[in-house]
Write a protein that binds this ligand. Structure first.
Ligand code: PLP
Length: 385
């Protein structure tokens, strides 16, 4: 059996007619840049996520770059973030001339450790120059939004939520209200990279905010800084959300909650099978909760005792595709070697132990069973040696 990590063609088969109809309507309209679909998709996303403004841009990296720019963050400023994330979470800081301060993760969730964030906000020698915190809801698991809100209010620091992997994930507050990731930060960002839970058939991204002024800045910045064409108020860039991608994403948005439910079901199945095969002393499974607290953009296990790379090769030779998100923390990347060295033991350990297993809504139950059986066989072989 061959089990892909992600297979976009299976979803395409189920949506083919509708997607081609949507694309055809765009082509037939002759309006392929900033048309009705971009406008409608922005409105639909704002409603879905419970935010006032949604601004479509070319990709998630631009969304972060523009979001940080909109806060006026510049050279001499600091921004706290996690080193266990995709590169764009930190490059949006440095591309704006500011300096990232990397803190460690919570080992259970892989998300930024908010105790450490608070400790840096209180004790850093240049704490008055720390202008923002960028938490990432990694693998689809929501960072504690209630605490983020408290940190924002207590320290007056801006929060930029990187929701590239968490579109539609939720957090239940202690008073019972449920909010979606992206709705608490001063400004938040999404990626619609094809592998994401809401994936385009190409690149696309979005900025979210409840702040009218930030929204206005981003709307202008994405079109060369011109509110009125050819009259440039600020030095912006070209980062528009493509009309065809917006039309495609509108079709998929209608199914997003159903896709999330399926991902959670599959995560639960993985966990049950690992338990049933007695593998939970060999690997650590991600917790599966209620609601959409984690929308399982990725299903990531920890493989203990140095077995990760050998297990990955074994799975590959048995037709199971896996991936390592992420093999090297951002604090150890060569391009950031000029930054002061930091010790992030939990991040380093995660880089050595994580393994992402196949996860997408169209994944079949027998494929999950096969993956778990291969992992069981690997460890049985190891024990026999
Ligand atoms: C956490 C995170 N931030 C930012 C991005 C950047 O998004 P994009 O690939 O759309 O530029 C990604 C996507 O890969 C991501 O996973």
């Amino acid at each position: 059996m061959r089990v892909p990590l992600f297979d976009m063609t299976r979803q395409y088969e189920t949506l083919k007619e509708e997607l081609l109809g949507a694309v055809d309507a765009v082509f037939s309209s002759g309006r392929v840049i900033m048309g009705e679909n971009v406008k409608a998709f922005e409105r639909e996303m704002a409603d879905y996520l419970g935010v006032k403004h949604a601004i479509g841009v070319a990709n998630g990296s631009d969304a972060l770059y523009i979001a940080v720019r909109s806060l006026g963050i510049k050279s001499g400023d600091f921004v706290i973030t996690t080193a266990f994330t995709f590169f764009a979470t930190a490059s949006c800081i440095t591309r704006n001339g500011a300096t990232p301060i990397f803190v460690d993760i919570d080992e259970r969730t892989f998300n930024i450790d908010l105790d450490q964030v608070e400790s840096v906000l209180e004790n850093h020698p240049s704490r008055e120059r720390i202008k923002a915190v960028i938490p990432v809801h990694l693998f689809g698991r929501t960072v504690d939004l209630e605490r983020l809100k408290r940190i924002r209010d207590k320290y007056g620091v801006r929060i930029v939520e990187d929701c590239a992997q968490s579109v539609g994930s939720t957090w239940r507050f202690s008073d019972g209200t449920v909010k979606k990731s992206g709705s608490v930060g001063n400004i938040s960002t999404l990626s619609f990279f094809p592998t994401k839970n809401l994936g385009a058939h190409g690149d696309a991204g979005m900025i979210l905010t409840n702040d009218d002024d930030l929204a206005e800045f981003c709307r202008i910045f994405r079109v060369h800084g011109a509110r009125v064409k050819y009259f440039h108020e600020i030095e912006g860039i070209n980062s528009r959300l493509d009309e065809v991608q917006a039309a495609i994403l509108r079709v998929k948005l209608r199914r997003l909650d159903e896709y999330h439910r399926r991902r959670i079901e599959l995560a639960r199945l993985y966990n049950e099978l690992f338990e049933r095969h007695g593998l939970t002393d060999r690997i650590v499974c991600p917790p599966v909760g209620k609601d959409f607290e984690c929308v399982f953009h990725q299903y990531v296990i920890r493989v203990k005792n140095g077995h990760r790379d050998r297990l990955k090769s074994y799975l590959e030779s048995h037709g199971v595709e896996t991936a390592i998100y992420y093999p090297l923390g951002l604090h150890r990347q060569r391009c950031f070697s000029h930054l002061p060295a930091v010790k992030l033991e939990k991040t380093d350990r995660a880089c050595a132990e994580v393994l992402a297993l196949p996860m997408f809504p169209e994944l079949r139950e027998e494929e999950v069973e096969y993956v778990v059986e291969c992992i069981r066989d690997y460890f049985e072989g190891e024990c026999a040696c």
